[in-house]
Ligand binder design. Structure first.
Ligand SMILES: [Zn+2]
Length: 264
């Protein structure tokens, strides 16, 4: 009898604590509210911008903001067309280019995005930049940070809520936010899982295509990233990404769908 009640309770918790990823429809663990993830991300983002240098390259900065805003509009259109606009509630989109030679970029809950100047030579142009920003924004839309935060709370912090952790160990909670988005230092970096990477590729292709960027440019972009990985492994990508062959096969699989959204 008790066992049944416990099993039932766990089932209820799992139902309540799950959300569904847009486009792919995958169910994911979610022990943290969107509002809370957004608030912590906004604080961490402000802190990050204080501690880092914005790029002084006006042209490159404008390109990052333009690509970001075009992708933002694409996401908003996609979500509206699929009755999922509620998932964008509380978003405070922002796109900044920082002066940092790391080959990196990330987007936090609520659309707070950073591109590092070190990735621009790999991007080569605005379309290449749209590949990487589409991919990062897709991580945020699919709430992968929320999912990883939930997993960390369950595995490492005895299932505490994020508010409890933030109350007792604010520094740890703040670090965790940075870490789950690939924005922390390389030390103790968490990896996006393989299914999260593949989802970000799939969603990112669709968003960039809807924003008017040719999604086929994603294949040479990831090849350039791969060529770059001979050296150091930058935080978000090379330490975690699927093998080049797997990524290419995935991109080719999703390409026909993405091309439907691409209007020059
Ligand atoms: Zn990724």
């Amino acid at each position: 009898m008790y066992k049944k009640i416990i099993a039932f309770s766990i089932a209820v918790v799992m139902m309540v604590a799950c959300t569904t990823v847009p486009i792919t429809g995958r169910r994911q663990l979610s022990l943290v509210s969107d509002a809370q993830m957004q608030q912590m991300s906004y604080d961490a983002y402000d802190q990050f911008l204080k501690e880092n240098k914005l790029s002084r390259d006006a042209q490159a900065t404008a390109m990052v903001k333009r690509a970001g805003q075009r992708i933002q509009r694409a996401v908003e259109q996609y979500m509206a067309a699929n009755n999922m606009s509620a998932q964008l509630q509380g978003f405070q989109w922002e796109f900044n280019l920082i002066e940092d030679e790391q080959v990196n970029a990330w987007a936090m809950a609520g659309g707070k995005t950073v591109v590092y100047s070190g990735i621009l030579p790999v991007a080569q142009n605005e379309t290449g930049l749209a590949v990487v920003m589409g991919h990062e924004i897709a991580h945020a839309i699919a709430k992968h940070g929320n999912e990883r935060m939930s997993q960390q709370l369950a595995q490492q912090f005895g299932g505490q809520t994020l508010s409890a952790l933030a109350g007792t160990q604010p520094g740890v909670a703040q670090n965790l936010i940075m870490t789950v988005y690939g924005a922390g230092s390389t030390l103790g970096l968490l990896k996006y899982g393989r299914n999260q990477e593949s989802e970000a590729d799939q969603l990112g292709l669709i968003f960039m295509a809807m924003a008017g960027y040719n999604p086929q440019e994603a294949i040479p972009f990831w090849e350039r990233m791969e060529a770059k990985s001979g050296g150091q492994a930058p935080p978000e990508f090379l330490s975690t990404h699927p093998s080049a062959g797997t990524r290419r096969a995935n991109l080719q699989k999703y390409m026909p769908e993405a091309l439907k959204y691409y209007k020059k």
